[in-house]
Write a protein that binds this ligand. Structure first.
Ligand code: ASP
Length: 585
């Protein structure tokens, strides 16, 4: 990582050096460092040791006499750099060969005892960490994560600038956008009863910027979605949002690849190999998900041909898919029952299992129902050998794939931040993703995504078969971002709105500003958004994006430090034209 983020050479009016930067080359120098007391030890009445920490590390300071400081006091220490005495060097510390001798300690602020030790080894409760986030962030791991984040953002910006993208800020007080997420609303003081909406992404704003002739836009954009929080989801998150005119899908993939590569290289120093590409249909078929984790095998096998016309009732389904757990034949019955329950919870009718023995013999409650050809076919198609376990789901194709795809990750997966990094572009997503309760197709990406040119004719007759020009970037099983070629013609946009069950009048009322803009001359355009929190978390080896966000919310959406969300005073509510209902009991 570059040194601007670790603060090399930052002499100021108060200090000459940073704690973690002192080494044998400074021996003999008179220096002054500032920081927090990490530890204090008395050595009789005549000597005290004070470890002082700043964001670069810790240095040991030796003070003649006693010193009245405690953990997390803020101090300035003047002393002379010297070699540590023989046998007392500390190889775990960057400054472990040296110490400051004959120190004078000035207390800049006293501190209450910290709620937990400022140490990566201390595993404090999440709520306590967030309540005292300003202490939590002093820990080396959190310091490293936030600085890594800054390095990533700097590299992303540098790449976008170098590629001719222009940074434009778009409003936070905006109007609803149909991108599928629940939105946060902000009451208007000047227009009682009316609300702004916080953007779930700058999607429409950036499309309008294309109509406006910006040609290439980007923004490090804060996006807000009122959705349940998970390891890879917070209410507010950061995207590298971009859009370009007169481009096609490949241009966007190249631009995003260049930016992400630059960010990854800035952190790891390792070049990113060319990113593989896979269609959505292939990802579903082979990995049972549109977010394939390519760090391990366990690809799904297709047994549909083997069981076509089968007499086994449980396997008489449009698709029969299988997952091999290598060496899994010894899996206990209770574990198998657990996986079966899980498969059912995920929407399968059931889960069949086969323990593979010597010579391809199968051990399973279903074995006696199989024809010989089916038995041999199952072993051949899955490539399972003695000692392996085969899990089978027979169902609609999509269900069979996704259920086994989830089990694949739950049984064989590893933490997302564990190397190697395996990127893949998933392309050719369907335009619509199933239907709602009233039988209306639902947009898979968002309603502004251009249908695949070969499938435009199917928009009215067979909408669910229409592919789109939407693409995702996936890293280690996490969706790192999505984008698409956009619809830039009002007629096609109208057809897609109608397919979604949005009437012309409704479309005019909700998105008249967009369709109106299209009538003003819209260039063909396409774009993407990279999830910065997810990218940073994976690069930092973290499994929860909370660890790379300075002030995140808890699982229940609260901020234990500020107490948000909080009730507003009645007068404030009245000024906004609001009255709060009592909380549901
Ligand atoms: N607005 C999209 C999203 O937030 C990204 C895009 O299509 O550019 O996922």
């Amino acid at each position: 990582m570059n040194d601007t983020t670790t603060g090399a050479g930052q002499a100021t009016a108060m200090r000459t050096h940073l704690c973690g930067r002192l080494d044998a080359s400074h021996v003999g120098s008179q220096v002054r460092v500032c920081g927090w007391v990490a530890k204090r030890r008395e050595h009789g009445e005549h000597l005290a040791f004070v470890d002082v920490r700043d964001h670069t590390g810790i240095v040991q300071c030796v003070v003649p006499g006693t010193v009245d400081v405690r953990s997390e006091y803020v101090v300035a220490v003047s002393g002379t750099v010297r070699h540590r005495p023989e046998g007392t060097t500390n190889p775990d510390l960057a400054t472990g060969e040296v110490e400051l001798g004959d120190c004078e300690v000035e207390v800049l602020s006293a501190a209450e005892p910290p709620p937990f030790a400022v140490d990566d080894r201390v595993d404090a409760d999440e709520a306590v960490r967030l309540r005292y986030r300003y202490v939590d962030l002093r820990r080396p791991r959190m310091q490293r994560n936030l600085r890594l984040r800054a390095t990533v953002l700097g590299a992303l910006r540098a790449s976008m600038d170098a590629q001719g993208f222009c940074e434009v800020e778009t409003p936070l007080l905006w109007a609803p956008t149909p991108e599928g997420a629940r939105e946060f609303a902000v009451p208007s003081r000047l227009h009682h009863g009316s609300f702004y909406v916080l953007p779930q992404s700058p999607q429409l704003a950036k499309q309008l910027l294309m109509v406006a002739g910006m040609d290439r836009y980007y923004q490090v954009a804060r996006c807000l979605r009122d959705e349940d929080l998970r390891a890879d989801r917070q209410f507010e998150f950061t995207q590298l949002d971009l859009e370009a005119s007169f481009v096609g899908q490949d241009d966007v993939l190249d631009a995003v690849s260049a930016a992400v590569t630059r960010a990854v290289e800035a952190v790891t120093g390792e070049p990113v190999p060319p990113v593989a590409r896979m269609t959505w249909a292939e990802a579903l078929d082979r990995f049972g998900t549109d977010k394939p984790d390519l760090r391990f095998g366990m690809e799904l096998a297709d047994l549909s041909d083997v069981f076509a016309g089968t007499g086994v009732k449980a396997f008489a389904a449009p698709a029969v898919k299988a997952l091999v757990v290598a060496g899994g034949a010894q899996t206990s019955r209770s574990r198998l029952d657990g996986w079966t329950d899980r498969a059912k919870a995920l929407g399968a009718k059931g889960l069949a299992w086969f323990r593979v023995g010597d010579g391809g013999a199968l051990d399973s409650p279903l074995d006696r129902f199989l024809a010989d050809g089916e038995r041999a076919g199952l072993v051949a198609a899955t490539g399972a050998g003695p000692g392996d376990l085969v899990l089978v789901v027979a169902d609609e194709h999509r269900t069979a794939c996704t259920v086994l795809g989830t089990l694949r990750v739950e049984i064989g997966g590893r933490p997302v931040g564990e190397g190697p990094f395996r990127y893949v572009w998933v392309v050719d997503f369907p335009l619509f993703d199933g239907v709602d309760d009233e039988g209306r197709p639902q947009a898979a990406h968002h309603p502004f995504t251009m249908p695949h040119p070969d499938d435009l004719g199917l928009l009215e007759s067979d909408p669910l078969a229409v592919r789109s020009q939407a693409y995702d970037l996936v890293l280690n099983g996490w969706e790192l971002g999505s984008g698409s070629v956009r619809i830039h013609r009002a007629d096609i946009q109208g057809r897609v709105f109608r397919a979604l069950g949005i009437t012309d009048e409704e479309a005019e009322a909700r998105f008249g500003f967009l369709t109106g803009a299209f009538r003003a001359g819209a260039p063909p355009h396409a774009g993407f958004a990279v999830g910065v929190d997810r990218l940073v978390a994976i690069l930092a080896g973290e499994e929860n994006i909370r660890e790379v966000i300075a002030f995140p919310k808890t699982q229940s959406g609260a901020d234990p430090m500020t107490g948000a969300p909080r009730p507003l005073a009645p007068g404030t509510l009245a000024a906004l034209g609001l009255r709060a209902l009592p909380p549901p009991s």
